[in-house]
Ligand binder design. Structure first.
Ligand code: GDP
Ligand code: MG
Length: 182
């Protein structure tokens, strides 16, 4: 069953406009593409090799998410092995939404999983290049991540590829580690 072992499914979550698609496309193509005419949910696939292991990465990129729409979480939560929760450092609302989402992931996984296994999650503070209009300090992001025991990184999909690549690599490693213990 090694083929199934190497399937890694991630879901992106976060406010509309936080930069979910930009971060993902940057990771998949190394390029920043400004605008996406995406009014549909998208599923991306990519073959990757991490630590010498071949894997088939699938990423779910939902078209929109609002603070109130609790139900948007339900499908990806059941489907995904790990989550990328994105907010914008220049938009406090998006940070509060991310906080909410982290809580929801925790709660819904508590219902479906035995024990207290942490779901692999990374919290991403995007648009670091907009630090002149920053509304969320790096410290706040870090401490929220600590509280939920998840990976944290500020990135700029617009200006930097390496941080995003590192982030996804760390998350995927975490997911593969997690699968071994299941
Ligand atoms: P989504 O709704 O979360 O998928 O957000 P998008 O990826 O569509 O991005 C929303 C807007 O933010 C677009 O206009 C992007 O060009 C812009 N954007 C995304 N990432 C960055 C970033 O790192 N820096 C800046 N300045 N703009 C960004
Ligand atoms: Mg999008």
């Amino acid at each position: 069953r090694s083929a199934a072992m190497n399937d890694v499914k991630l879901a992106l979550l976060g406010s509309e406009g936080a930069g979910k698609s930009a971060v993902l496309v940057r990771f998949l193509t190394k390029r920043f593409i400004g605008e996406y005419a995406s009014n549909a949910n998208s599923l991306y696939q990519k073959r990757l090799s991490i630590d010498g292991r071949q894997l088939n990465l699938e990423v779910f990129d939902p078209c929109s998410q609002n603070v109130e729409s609790r139900c948007i979480l339900e499908e990806p939560v059941d489907w995904a092995d790990g989550f990328v929760v994105v907010y914008t450092i220049s938009d406090r609302m998006s940070f509060l939404n991310a906080k909410n989402i982290l809580q929801q992931i925790r709660e819904s996984r508590r219902e479906t999983c035995k024990g207290d296994m942490d779901v692999p999650v990374c919290l991403v503070g995007n648009k670091q290049d907009l630090c002149h209009s920053r509304q969320v300090s790096e410290e706040e992001g870090r401490s929220l991540a600590l509280e939920h025991r998840c990976i944290f990184q500020e990135v700029s999909a617009a200006e930097n590829y390496l941080d995003i690549a590192n982030l996804f690599t760390r998350l995927i490693r975490h997911v593969m580690e997690h699968m071994k213990h299941r």
